[in-house]
Design a protein around this ligand. Structure first.
Ligand SMILES: O=C(O)CCC(=O)C(=O)O
Ligand SMILES: [Fe+2]
Length: 202
């Protein structure tokens, strides 16, 4: 079923229990989304992500970047990374997302998926540097992709189609009880950029 913009209610919790996910739909116009997509694509210091998996250092095809209020250190996939200072565009988007969600954030992890062949496997964002039960706000640009939640012990699944300029928020105990992923797909040929605004414990 195609949902229209008006059908998205920010107050609705899309998870049946054990956490809260709000979906705001598109918070930016098509034109603004295209403008930010191009600027982020060209101006962010994108790097292939490094992770230690079974004791081996690997690089992902997907690119990442990490920006924050301060040059925070952050441990992610067993590697310690240092944040770059927020750019003007990222500060603008952070303010917009803070206004919409009524929460504050001090950092942003950015992901660039070159095509549908790149995705992210099921995980939760419960790293110890993150504020416990802090909200995580996800803003998407570029290609439309499916985003799925799966309960850690139950059978429930909740799927979204994240469009360019759309905002989704995960709050409360969501990371404790739910996994999320960006499934790979052969159907998408163009890039997608995702920004997750987070709160790092200072
Ligand atoms: O690209 C997405 O929509 C999800 C990214 C994500 O889950 C993460 O960076 O932790
Ligand atoms: Fe995540």
């Amino acid at each position: 079923m195609e949902l229209f913009q008006e059908d998205f209610s920010a107050e609705k919790n899309y998870l049946p229990y054990d956490g809260t996910v709000n979906y705001y739909g598109k918070i930016l116009s098509e034109q603004e989304s295209e403008k930010f997509y191009l600027k982020l694509f060209n101006e962010i210091e994108w790097k292939n992500d490094e992770a230690i998996i079974f004791g081996k250092l690997i690089y992902t095809k997907r690119k990442v970047a990490w920006y924050a209020n301060e040059n925070f250190e952050y441990t992610y996939s067993n590697r310690t990374k240092k944040a770059l200072k927020f750019t003007e565009d990222l500060l603008y988007l952070k303010n917009l997302v803070e206004e919409k969600t009524g929460e504050t954030y001090n950092s942003c992890l950015l992901n660039l998926y070159h095509s549908g062949e790149e995705g992210m496997a099921y995980h939760s964002d419960g790293e110890k540097d993150l504020k416990e039960n802090g909200a995580i706000a996800s803003l998407s640009f570029g290609a439309k992709r499916k985003f799925s939640f799966k309960h850690k012990t139950g059978k429930e699944r909740v799927d979204f189609i994240l469009e360019t300029g759309s905002l989704l928020v995960m709050k409360g105990e969501t990371q404790k009880h739910w996994l999320h992923r960006l499934p790979p797909t052969k159907l998408v040929k163009s890039p997608r950029i995702n920004l997750t605004f987070r709160s790092i414990e200072e």
